[in-house]
Design a protein around this ligand. Structure first.
Ligand SMILES: [Zn+2]
Length: 94
């Protein structure tokens, strides 16, 4: 039985680092890869896009939550402000 061996030649010389947590990436047009702009790790393009999308969703949820909290606090401030005005008027009259 003949054995056929395949050898993989890669032009990529940078190390593949699965534990890269940086957030900036660059496209390497020569090697057609996505690389971390900080440490040079070769990144999985789909995973990088998914991570960025999930982080964006989380940021948007926080923005929505903070807007709702701001609205609630503004309404409470308005109520308290009216109460203070009422009490000031009442204290002048009485
Ligand atoms: Zn990195």
């Amino acid at each position: 039985m003949n054995e056929i061996k395949f050898e993989v030649y890669r032009s990529i010389t940078k190390k593949e680092t699965p534990l890269c947590f940086h957030r900036r990436a660059e496209l390497d047009e020569t090697n057609r890869t996505l690389e971390c702009a900080e440490c040079g790790a070769i990144l999985d393009p789909f995973q990088f896009c998914l991570t960025m999308a999930l982080e964006e969703r989380s940021v948007q949820m926080n923005v929505t939550r903070l807007k709702n909290e701001l609205k609630k606090l503004s309404e409470e401030y308005e109520t308290l402000s009216k109460t203070v005005k009422y009490l000031k008027r009442k204290s002048r009259v009485g």
